[in-house]
Design a binder for this molecule. Structure first.
Ligand code: UGY
Ligand code: MN
Length: 247
């Protein structure tokens, strides 16, 4: 059936909701056998990039222009970094510091969320280290004591690291306890379930597959609906003074 130009996708000054019917794929230099859906980029106003990389069998990524975070959505990838070889399956993730030599190759078809951000060094902080993990091994923490809303932090928390990537899992009916307004920006990929997202002055139905970018200070709230939990992967800049490191 013809969609007659309708979509849930919406771009406003302080946020973007991008739904799968509007995804456009493009190649990027250095990658072979991979198409990228570039979901957040400086062209949008974001200070990072977030993409979904779709690999055919044998596809590989090129070198990263910045720090790189990978989260496997479907299929598997082979990561060679720091003298080790890792196989990452869905829920597997990795962080590669800026300039860390590495290769990423998919033996079969795979989909991977890729987040890249220029590193903001901090005077006195140690250089960041390679991180490889599996989401299922991360202990969930109840957000503000609410066990119906569980957060898993995939990045180490310390002065060496300038961004966070978390998964947030909401039982049906669970919601953020407040409308947040904060200096950090977000990239968000809905992984499971759905609900209602408030972004700025708009309320949107959202579900698995949708992408959201929130500019700094975008009012935001989510409530999960349906019969199964809602889960999303969320990026934020973290632990850096807004004016930069003047030390
Ligand atoms: O970490 C966060 O700021 C998170 N609670 N925001 C969100 O889920 N929109
Ligand atoms: Mn937030």
């Amino acid at each position: 059936m013809h969609h007659l130009g309708s979509t849930r996708s919406s771009l406003k000054a302080d946020h973007l909701l991008q739904t799968p019917d509007t995804f456009v794929r493009s190649p990027l230099p250095g990658a072979e056998g991979v198409e990228f859906i570039i979901q957040a980029a400086p062209q949008l106003g974001a200070r990072f990039t977030q993409m979904t990389a779709e690999f055919v069998a044998g596809g590989s990524l090129g070198p990263a222009p910045a720090q790189r975070f990978l989260y496997v959505l479907d299929g598997k990838i082979e990561l060679k970094a720091g003298g080790k070889r890792h196989v990452l399956k869905p829920g597997g993730y990795a962080y590669l510091p800026q300039g860390a030599p590495h290769t990423v190759r998919a033996p079969g078809i795979a989909r991977v969320a890729v987040i890249e951000k220029p590193y903001e060094p901090l005077h006195g902080a140690a250089v960041p280290e390679i991180v490889v993990g599996e989401e299922g091994d991360v202990t969930p923490v109840a957000l503000q004591g609410d066990r119906a809303l569980r957060v898993r932090s995939l990045m180490p928390d310390g002065p060496s690291y300038d961004f966070a990537v978390n998964t947030m899992t909401y039982d049906p009916g669970a919601s953020l306890s407040m409308v947040e307004v904060h200096a950090m920006e977000h990239g968000l990929l809905m992984l499971e379930g759905g609900g209602i997202y408030r972004l700025g002055d708009s309320w949107y139905p959202v579900h698995a597959g949708d992408f959201i970018w929130m500019r700094a200070y975008c009012p935001q709230w989510f409530g999960a609906l349906g019969k199964k939990p809602a889960k999303y992967l969320i990026y934020k800049d973290w632990r850096r003074h807004p004016l930069g490191d003047r030390a």
